[in-house]
Design a protein around this ligand. Sequence first.
Ligand SMILES: [Zn+2]
Ligand SMILES: [Zn+2]
Length: 473
Amino acid sequence: MGRKSTFYVDIMDIHDKVTGSCHLCVVKDQYGENMKFIVDCGMFQEEGGDELNKKIPFNASEVAFCLVTHNHIDHTGRLPFLVQNGFSGNIYATETTCNLLPEALKDSCSIIKSRAKSTGTKPLYSDEDLEKTLSLCKPCAYDSTIRINDHVKVNFFQNAHLPGAAIILVRITSQGNDDINILFTGDYNNKNVFLNDVCIPEWVLELPITIVQESTYGDTDSSEIETCFNDNIIKAVKKEWTIIVPVFSLGRAQEILYRLKQLQEAGEIDKEIPIYLDGKLAIRYTNMYLNGLAGIRKDMLDFLPENLTYVDKILRKTLLSNEDNSCKIILASSGMGSYGPARSYIPAYLGNKKALIHFAGYTAVNTMGRRIKDAPYEEIVNAGGLLIKKRATVEYTSEFSAHARANIIIKFLKQFSKVQLILLNHGEPLVKEQLAPRILNEVSAKHVGILSRETLFRIDHFGFVKTIPTKFI
Ligand SMILES: [Zn+2]
Ligand SMILES: [Zn+2]
């Protein structure tokens, strides 16, 4: 049994795993004030997530405002659907995220529309919902305090997960009480080759605070990362294979391009070998980087390898025909293989003995990437609806990951001197269960909890109050 509180926040999570990020926070105070806000409203991207995507499990019209941690579809993809369901509050995000968001949502919208067309169903939301969503966005500068209403102040702090990503501090005030402080890490990383390192201001580190911490890679340490990408690429190039690298459009695509440039400069791969980048959004983001997207380090603007070609529809057809067996490197979105041109390249080359398919990031359970990665060699695999014998070499590395490992998460948490409660989200259930006791051992937090769709956490200015079964509608 927890203590009785009159001013508290209930923190709920509508996703259990990695995709579909969305937290509903319900604030209540002793004067009967009741306010709801959400952090992120992402798309469930695991296969089978369609049913979850069709339902907002709370009354969207009662939500006062939305905070967005970063421009990844698993954090933003359902914002237009939220609007369709009656949400009309402001959407706060960093300036860079507000610049990136229209591209990402328009691309996602066109994928949704074409999938709806092919299945004869209604798209999740309309163009009008999308336009309205974009009109609600309020760009926020890093580090400055944004007063959202009489009760809430927020700050966006730099996060190396990707350009524009933020760690968000929410301070909730009620007269006569101490503030309730909550920090949402969003997807967190401490380092990024294109960005400056993360630095949380001293005054934040000293706040009594609840931290909602992502845990995607909470079951591994940095020392376990196998840095095999360069070797695998060099080996495949020597054998004159075709190399397919599924990439996330934002961040990963640019980082891999930079890595290939480094390999060229070191003389490890011949500059004559053609490199292709396929994915409208990946190309647009690459151009935004080149044009000095806010936050990108100025000394990193020259990151493209030589002999790079952006792929259009006609060229894609040639590349997919599999007729040309000469050595080439094709970067194609999306990173998990379930969407975008990668969804075509993977089946096209999976049966080819002279191909390397190299995943370079997290592949969620039930995505094409995970299935192909896990399938034994020469097993028949369902790749985008086609049954193909796996004859290509399939490799994976997590060395580019934009998510911190357990030891880095713990290092981050240890900086805070008065942590009241740590709530783990954004991780496979088993990973969260593994990370929780480790945090309890190594970080001086009073409580560590695991967020799920089933249980909400009530907190007040002393921290943890109690858990309650969540009653989503
Ligand atoms: Zn992310
Ligand atoms: Zn995420």
